[in-house]
Design a protein around this ligand. Sequence first.
Ligand code: IMP
Length: 183
Amino acid sequence: MNIDDVSGDLSAVLLTEEQITARIAQLASEIDRDYNGLQPLLVGILSGAVMVMADLSRMMRIHCEMDWMAISSYGSGVASSGVVRILKDLNTSVVGRHILIVEDIVDTGLTLSYLIENLKSRNPASIEVCAGFRKPDRARKEVKVKYLGFDIPSDFVVGYGLDYAGRYRNLRGLGILNPAVYS
Ligand code: IMP
């Protein structure tokens, strides 16, 4: 789906597909350099991270493995509940593995900080985070994001994996959702 297909639902276009792809390519080279010979386990957080994971992993030149977790977050609303629950756990053991969590967006940071603590308790060799986007002004928990696509404003955004009520995930760029759509 292109920006033009839903332009009436967006109050602004924040990032085009080209801008996002170029940045993800840079992150992929950094990860290649940092994890050379380590075969990291990329842990994608469903469902928002599917686009970042698909692009990042294919742009990487080193071997990696992929696994997925599903965590409860916003449901169909636009405000953080702060309630974190694992809906689907990993299929893989992470003991001694180099984990790279792949996330769509860091908003309050509540989801990621919970997840990092949870995965740390399983004795991996290391844990780092790669996120497509981050809203720095909304942070409620400090989370270190080693590989970050873009810092963005605090507005509710859709596209590139991010949804509102299940829609817009397949939008190629990233846009601010017009509040008229959810109010
Ligand atoms: P956090 O726990 O507040 O950092 O939020 C984590 C999750 O909320 C993200 O992984 C997204 O799935 C969702 N989320 C946060 N901000 C947005 C947004 O602007 N649009 C769509 N989903 C969002």
